[in-house]
Design a protein. Sequence first.
Length: 425
Amino acid sequence: MKRVKNIAIAVSGTALEVYDNTLYTLFAVILGPIFFPHEDPFVVYLSTFAALAAGFIARPIGGLFFSHIGDRLGRKKALSWSIVLMIFPTFIIGILPSYASIGVLASILLVTCRLVQGFCVGGELGGAMTFIIECAEPKHKGFYSSFMAVASYLGGIVGAGFGFLCLQPFMPSWGWRIPFIFGAFIGVLGYTIRRYLTETPEFVATQKQGKILKYPLVNTLKYHKASMFRAMGIAAGVLVPFFIVTTHLNGILKLNLHFTSLDIMKLNLGLLTFWTCLSPLMGLLADRIGVSTLMAIASGSLAVCSYPLFFFLENNLHSFEAILFVQLCLSTLCVAFAAPCSAYLTSLFPTNERYSGISLGYTIGCAMLGGTAPLIATALLKWTGDQKAPAYYLLFCAIGAFLAVTTHPTARSGRFFFLKKSVLQ
């Protein structure tokens, strides 16, 4: 019971992070004209997603800062600090004056808030992943890893639910601000309950053995460069299909089928609920066949299916059923890859530099490949006029994710399809 309680508390910050990102993504159509007014709607759309990308770009810096604390002073301390700092930018976005009120300063402040949020999330993700797996039972690390995905999707469900409510006709024009202000109060609650966390057994053991490093990141960069690149590939495999489904494909529904923002909210709620239910099942499957095995199958299938799915999409742009089919296919592969990924990531680094390795590698991948996915997909479509153009980016990232899993030393040794204890313990 204590193990489950600790894990539930640890993922609370992850839920808040995804809640914030979901709000920003879902309200992009509203926030664009308010903070980035322009005659060309495409420029407004692009500017809004550039601000979303800014949050991801700040993640590696936050990863550097918080991971040093986590590997030196403990996971609990780093996780507590990260969620406290996340409260302030979330609240400020909720009360920020519009461009019409204070001019370009509004745009600058919004991007600054996104940068601070990204900085905090950079320490949150690696810390929560590390904490969960270090508390997990050895034989069930895939299942416990799925809690990270479940927390993410639950944060998205709450964000989408609030978005749906705030877009109702009876809500005032400033109703979009309410979920951000509420998010700040969620952060206060998250910090309060995180005070009751107990440090992970693995970190305590490392501390007692006197193996705490003075500069853990230096050691990681010196001896575990390949693992850093693998972590970057994992980030691409997790985030790129997620954003293709929730932003690019939803954008097609809005432009071609004239879906309203409310329609998109309803669809997102359905997709997030599907992912939440599917994640624990994928975690259990990973424990049965091997974490790396499932992730390789998922990323390999994504690489194979990317172009055919977008080719099918190109010929059915005005069919809701066809677009939903593509979303469900990509979603299933994304969840199969994402659910057990925390277990795989923690296996790449030793305990005394694990927080640093995951935080920097994963957040760089998020910044370079994941967070820029909506921006790149939109730009590729605009520049080429080819509806299949986003598939090339998805294919590139899927191949990177597949290589990140299959180039693990244990995979090359011939024991790849039996990775349970050998990699994850």
